[in-house]
Design a protein around this ligand. Structure first.
Ligand code: COA
Length: 372
């Protein structure tokens, strides 16, 4: 099938084609010879604005005609007509694809082709869809039928240059009353105000301070054997300067709300006993993950369960969290016990999700969560 440009010499064939077929969805369903003649004379089939093509099948039979108009505009329109006896054989969609091909090959690089049809012209609507056009508008009572003196709904279809060349059909995003701009600072994260210190029955939990460095480093040294099993960062014993630098970064991250590390102290003695905090924060939800490690010298007293319980409460009440997660290695029974004691739900075990702390083995990860 191909489109072949119509020329003035073929005036009679055009008149014959237009007057011997019926056009039930056009304003004039049986145009008279005089009207076609007049239109030709006025350049309605051939001009700077209009080009007309025969739709010829592989046997070179003229099965239809298509007029492409508004060619001086960036967005040309068209009128496609298949002869009565050739309708229902797939010529419409093939012809429309050729129309798009013609328009997009023009040197002016047209940005789109569009067409309108009556709501009940289902053959034409299918034709649009088969040719990769997307429905872009449904205009109620926008199509006047002079014969019936009544209004029909009109449907608009279009194909963009990008879709045509990439072979894609990008649907219209109908739910567009919200801006498409990425949501920035939805919760005004940098302004989000919350206490940087809070308490539980036995514990004081607060934002890190650079002065904490020595205490924290001593704790790491004392707990190194236990930490090494589960913490990638504890594979080598850090120098005190490295711990200081790390805490300085944690202080900065706390201020900018990027990550909220928290240090845990016994209320009674003021001793530092471990670290916890909110990590992998997504303030849009908001959701976050609680992480923790306890100084080995303070194990077995329920301190970390108490801290994680208080952090969960703080996340929901002060940070408006909708989801709090605890993630740990499937083999880390002590960490799992904390999540389970606090009635977190085990939502899943992600297989081969991470590497062991020493980077030697692929490990599975438990995802526990509480939601609000
Ligand atoms: C509209 C027109 C161009 C379609 O061309 P066509 O060669 O007849 O199209 P097809 O035979 O390939 O039919 C296209 C699809 O519509 C379907 N179709 C045809 N008539 C239908 C009807 N009355 N109801 C529902 N679907 C119909 C076909 O089954 C086919 O679907 P498929 O691809 O799933 O098989 C042609 O029928 C025509 O010239 N009609 C008169 C002029 C006109 O209305 N032009 C549009 C002006 S806006």
């Amino acid at each position: 099938m191909r489109l072949r440009e119509w020329t003035m010499e073929e005036q009679e064939q055009l008149i014959h084609f237009m007057t011997t077929n019926t056009w039930p969805f056009h304003g004039n369903s049986n145009p008279a010879r005089e009207i076609i003649e007049k239109t030709i004379e006025e350049g309605g089939y051939e001009s700077d604005e209009v080009k007309t093509f025969w739709v010829e099948n592989d046997e070179q039979v003229k099965v239809g005609i298509v007029k492409v108009f508004d060619l001086q505009d960036e967005i040309p329109l068209f009128d496609l007509r298949i002869a009565d006896s050739y309708r229902g054989h797939g010529y419409g969609p093939s012809a429309l694809k050729k129309v798009a091909e013609y328009v997009f090959s023009l040197p002016e690089k047209k940005i789109r082709v569009e067409g309108h049809t009556r709501q009940d012209n289902f053959a034409m609507r299918k034709t649009f869809e088969r040719a990769g056009f997307v429905k872009e508008g449904h205009l109620r009572k926008a199509w006047f039928s002079p014969k019936e003196s009544s209004y029909y709904d009109a449907i608009t279809y279009g194909i963009t240059r990008e879709d045509f060349f990439e072979g894609t059909t990008t649907p219209v995003m109908w739910d567009d009353s919200q801006s498409n701009e990425p949501v920035k600072n939805k919760n005004h994260v940098s302004l989000l105000d919350f206490p940087d210190s809070f308490e539980s029955k036995r514990l004081l939990i607060r934002a890190p301070k650079v002065e904490d460095a020595t205490m924290v480093w001593e704790s790491i040294v004392a707990s190194h054997k236990a930490l090494k099993t589960w913490m990638p960062w504890a594979q080598q014993l850090p120098k005190v300067e490295e711990t200081t630098e790390n805490i300085r970064q944690a202080v900065a991250d706390f201020i900018t709300r990027k990550d909220l590390r928290l240090h845990i102290f016994l209320k009674e003695t003021g001793e530092y006993i471990g670290s916890t905090g909110f990590h992998r924060i997504n303030w849009d939800v908001p959701k976050l993950e609680i992480g923790y490690w306890l100084d080995s010298r303070y194990e077995g007293k329920g301190y970390m369960t108490e801290a994680a319980d208080r952090l969960t409460e703080f996340a929901f009440d002060e940070l408006s969290a909708r989801r709090v997660e605890i993630r740990c290695d499937t083999d880390n029974v002590r960490s799992r016990a904390i999540a389970e004691r606090l009635n977190f739900t085990l939502e899943g075990i992600l297989k081969q999700e991470s590497m062991s702390a020493d980077g030697q083995f692929v490990r599975d990860t438990c995802i526990y969560a509480k939601i609000k």
